[in-house]
Design a protein around this ligand. Structure first.
Ligand code: GRF
Length: 202
């Protein structure tokens, strides 16, 4: 089976990147990581990827205009032959230019059961609201903030003693399973869009 070339965009730690890399390595997903790009040169995930022999690119975004910056990002992704873009803790909104360059080919993971608690500090939002269950969501990226069509979700209980950190850590364990599985479905052509619903085709 032909391997889908992934571009993984990060801003920090990169634990989801590591989970994706492990799934690629084990052959669980028919893909290869063609490029890891970070808008923050000091992102620990970038150093980790370089240490694994994965192609990396540090492209500082501070002070740059969004569409102009995204043009450069897309140029790097295309030069690496990237076919599917995976946002993994990438702390930037994408421009229309970026979305049009990879229509229906950009995924994101978010640490809540969307549409609840989009945006920053999702675990804190869940604790503050008092929900009994939260979780994580992998979705296609569109022009809205964490609002694109949902591919997969996993449910995680919120325990009475939880603070944002303990809840986020419990959610992260599920993220590391969910993201590779969603990539496997999309890369394998096993899902299609019906309006904003993502339906299985295989
Ligand atoms: C994850 O919680 C992810 O859901 C969110 O940002 C965090 C990134 O963590 N979008 P890591 O860099 O993958 O460890």
């Amino acid at each position: 089976m032909k391997k889908t070339k992934l571009g993984v965009l990060i801003s920090g730690r990169g634990s989801n990147l590591q989970a994706i890399a492990a799934a690629v390595q084990s052959g669980t997903i028919p893909a290869e990581i063609a490029l890891v790009l970070s808008n923050r040169p000091q992102a620990p995930g970038l150093a980790w990827a370089a240490g694994q022999g994965i192609a990396t690119c540090a492209l500082p975004s501070a002070g740059r205009e969004r569409a102009e910056y995204d043009r450069e990002v897309v140029g790097k992704l295309r030069a690496a032959g990237v076919e599917l873009v995976c946002l993994a803790g990438y702390m930037r909104l994408l421009s229309g230019y970026f979305l049009q360059a990879y229509p229906g080919r950009i995924l994101n993971i978010h640490p809540s059961l969307l549409p609840a608690f989009p945006g920053l500090d999702a675990a804190q939002q869940a604790v503050d609201y008092g929900v009994k269950f939260s979780g994580c969501t992998v979705h296609f990226v569109d022009e809205t903030l964490d609002g694109g069509p949902i591919i997969l979700q996993a449910v995680v209980p919120v325990l009475s003693g939880d603070d944002a950190d303990t809840l986020a850590a419990r959610i992260l364990v599920e993220e590391h399973k969910l993201y590779p599985e969603a990539i496997r479905l999309v890369a394998g052509g096993a899902v299609r869009l019906d309006g904003r619903r993502v339906v299985r085709t295989a």
